[in-house]
Design a protein around this ligand. Structure first.
Ligand SMILES: [Zn+2]
Length: 280
């Protein structure tokens, strides 16, 4: 298959890594080009740091994570918690999608607890048709083909639950995904520690203590159950797409739902847009 270009919008400088990190690592390893875009700069999501200091830290962290995954990354100049579905932001999304000549665009569903997640989903949907309309944003050539737009997984039920079109086994990329997430130290020490903005547990500098903390993070990361749930909940879908042997072996998965507004691939085409999955 020829090389694909994938663009992933995540609302904060950890969402794309968490939702698509496994597939991104595999896409990149198989010669495809992936770019993550954080649609806000993450400058309030910490118990003790904020503002430019935190935004700078988070940008460096996602750049380090991108290096581990073998992909490119960008961060929009929008304050955390302040993303709005404006015309200005719609044109920024259009520009990202067109300049990357994306075959696949991924983002949040517009049903989610966090307004930045919701509006990222809205902006992606608003761009979904416009990317092909040449007199909108005429300084960047319009795409001649409409990309496939995908929603990443979430557990919200109202007004309509996530309805996966494909669930991709990520077991072979788990070490790489965890290693990428390990670079997001300002998340690990703050929100990911107790899922609040009160408790902080800094990652130690001393090499042995640091190695212990890393092992602990790899073993007990709070997000692992989310990827396990996607494997368990969608095992039948994995079976139908990848066969019995792979479905039985899969422990972790990343699931995606095709958005109705872009290109509508067949199930076979959809599988071909994702990395080849080898039996472990
Ligand atoms: Zn987020």
């Amino acid at each position: 298959m020829s090389s694909l270009k994938i663009l992933v919008f995540g609302a904060h400088p950890d969402d794309a890594e968490l939702n698509v990190g496994g597939c991104a690592a595999m896409w990149a390893a198989q010669g495809h080009k992936v770019r993550f875009v954080s649609t806000t700069n993450g400058d309030v999501g910490h118990a003790r740091k904020c503002g430019k200091e935190l935004a700078d830290i988070r940008k460096k962290e996602v750049e380090a994570a991108a290096k581990v995954l073998g992909i490119e990354t960008a961060v929009m100049d929008v304050h955390d918690g302040e993303l709005m579905p404006t015309l200005e932001n719609r044109l920024i999304f259009l520009r990202y999608i067109r300049e990357w000549e994306a075959d696949i665009v991924v983002g949040h569903r517009p049903y989610d607890y966090h307004p930045d997640h919701r509006y990222t989903g809205v902006l992606m949907q608003d761009a979904a048709f416009m990317v092909t309309v040449k007199f909108v944003l005429p300084d960047v050539p319009a795409l001649t083909h409409n990309p496939v737009f995908l929603f990443s997984y979430d557990h919200f039920q109202t007004p309509i639950p996530f309805n996966p079109s494909i669930a991709v086994p990520i077991d072979s990329a788990m070490d790489q995904k965890m290693d990428a997430l390990w670079r997001l130290e300002s998340q690990i020490e703050s929100y990911w520690y107790k899922q609040n903005f009160v408790d902080v547990c800094p990652v130690p500098d001393e090499p042995e203590a640091r190695a212990r903390r890393k092992q602990e993070f790899f073993d007990q990361c709070l997000w692992k159950p989310v990827w396990r749930k996607q494997a368990d909940q969608y095992r039948e879908l994995i079976h139908n797409t990848y066969g019995a042997e792979i479905a039985t072996q899969t422990r972790y998965a990343e699931a995606f739902e095709v958005c109705e507004y872009g290109r509508q691939p067949t199930q076979e085409e959809l599988k071909d847009l994702f990395p080849d999955i080898a039996i472990q």
